[in-house]
Design a protein around this ligand. Structure first.
Ligand code: KG4
Ligand code: ZN
Length: 360
């Protein structure tokens, strides 16, 4: 088959996302004709509430799918897609079930194959959608609100996790530290990124109050320094301890910004320390790899991108990122990962209709 059409659904967390992609397996050209998202402002409630996210998906998903399906039918004369891709996990079970159940129903109604896609595989493969120079093998840093993973990939289906977090994810830590220091918004990591604009080397600036905030580089001392793992919850503890002695309302605006910049920088430094540590411990594996990918919500951060390139340029020849709008959760990446798998198996794979959502 030549050109085929894909409907993709992603409901793993609190954003409801639906996309439509047209893919030509002969020319390897892919066109994204819809990329819709309905965002729930979970940060207003102080974090993600699974039941609220579940309800949000149930309220939003049908309208988004119907809107896209109608446009394809009326404007392009395409009565149905040829494949439906849906996030199967990891994520919250209620949220995942909403997308998965609708996808199963559509697969029956339209008599088209269904592919359950791993959310992290979506983040990992999406840089290949537009960047055709990115070839296997490569190393990926997948850094989001739910995960922080360093992965070695040798094909669409072969991935080895080299380093992961023993507690929370980097994005979660940025969000929680940000909330502690009074930042608010839908993506606190992004708010912190903008708030710290202009402070590029926060450790070069001395300040007698902010210097008292002891930000850590976890798992780098004693026996834990050998551990191939990230750890991001100690940053929250440090910020809380500092604020007990120096409440926010006693800081000047500049001190507030400097504190935010140092938190962000420390979290990024920890990521880099552990990547270097992993390279040291797997030197033979890294010898054959020349491409480095950074994807997931936090990869939208330019300071992180610059830091990665500055510190890792001896180990990799090229650095790859998704376009900013595809860094955070979206359905395009689910559609694209599905397409990569579908083509890898000559378009002859699909999941059965009794697949379950996967939490981890
Ligand atoms: O990939 P994503 O949308 O969701 C998960 O799968 O978790 O990532 C969301 C995370 C949030 O923690 C958010 O604060 C962070 O990505 N984020 C950023 C930026 N934009 C989003 N962190 C740092 N800098 C940004 N520009
Ligand atoms: Zn994600």
């Amino acid at each position: 088959r030549q050109l085929y059409h894909v409907l993709a659904i992603e409901t793993s967390c609190d954003d409801t996302s639906v996309a439509w992609l047209d893919h030509d397996p002969v020319t390897h050209r892919t066109h994204v004709s819809h990329n819709l998202k309905s965002t729930l402002n979970s940060m207003m409630a102080g974090g993600i509430i699974p039941t609220a996210a579940h309800e949000h998906h149930q309220l939003q998903i049908s309208d988004l799918v119907q809107h896209i399906a109608k446009e394809q039918k009326n404007m392009r004369n395409i009565p149905r897609p040829d494949l439906i891709c849906v996030t199967r996990g990891p994520g919250m079970l209620g949220s995942l079930s909403t997308g998965l159940t609708l996808a199963k129903g559509l697969s029956i109604a339209w008599d088209i194959p269904l592919l359950g896609v791993n959310h992290m595989l979506g983040h990992l493969l999406v840089p290949r959608l537009y960047d055709k120079s990115l070839k296997f093998p490569f190393i990926s840093l997948l850094v989001s609100g739910g995960h922080c993973l360093l992965v070695h990939s040798t094909s669409v289906t072969e991935h080895k996790i080299l380093c992961e977090s023993i507690d929370i994810a980097a994005g979660d830590s940025l969000d929680k530290c940000g909330r502690e220091i009074g930042l608010s918004g839908i993506m606190i990591g992004k708010v912190m990124d903008q708030f710290t604009e202009g402070i590029n080397n926060p450790w070069d600036i001395q300040d007698h109050v902010i210097d008292k905030c002891q930000l850590p580089n976890p798992l780098t001392k004693g026996t834990s320094k050998h551990k191939l793992a990230f750890s991001f919850s100690p940053f929250i503890t440090s910020v809380k301890d500092f604020l007990k002695l120096h409440p926010l309302n006693t800081l000047t605006t500049y001190q507030h910004k400097l504190l935010a910049a140092r938190i962000q920088e420390s979290i990024f430094n920890h990521i880099i320390t552990k990547i270097l540590h992993t390279i040291e411990n797997n030197s033979s594996m890294f010898e054959n790899v020349s491409s480095f990918v950074c994807s997931g919500g936090v990869s939208a951060n330019n300071k992180l991108r610059t830091k990665l390139q500055k510190t890792l340029h001896d180990h990799f020849n090229s650095f790859h990122y998704p376009p900013v709008e595809l860094c955070t959760d979206n359905a395009v990446m689910i559609g694209w990962a599905g397409i990569e798998m579908f083509d890898r198996y000559s378009q002859s794979i699909s999941n059965s209709l009794d697949i379950l959502p996967i939490r981890k």
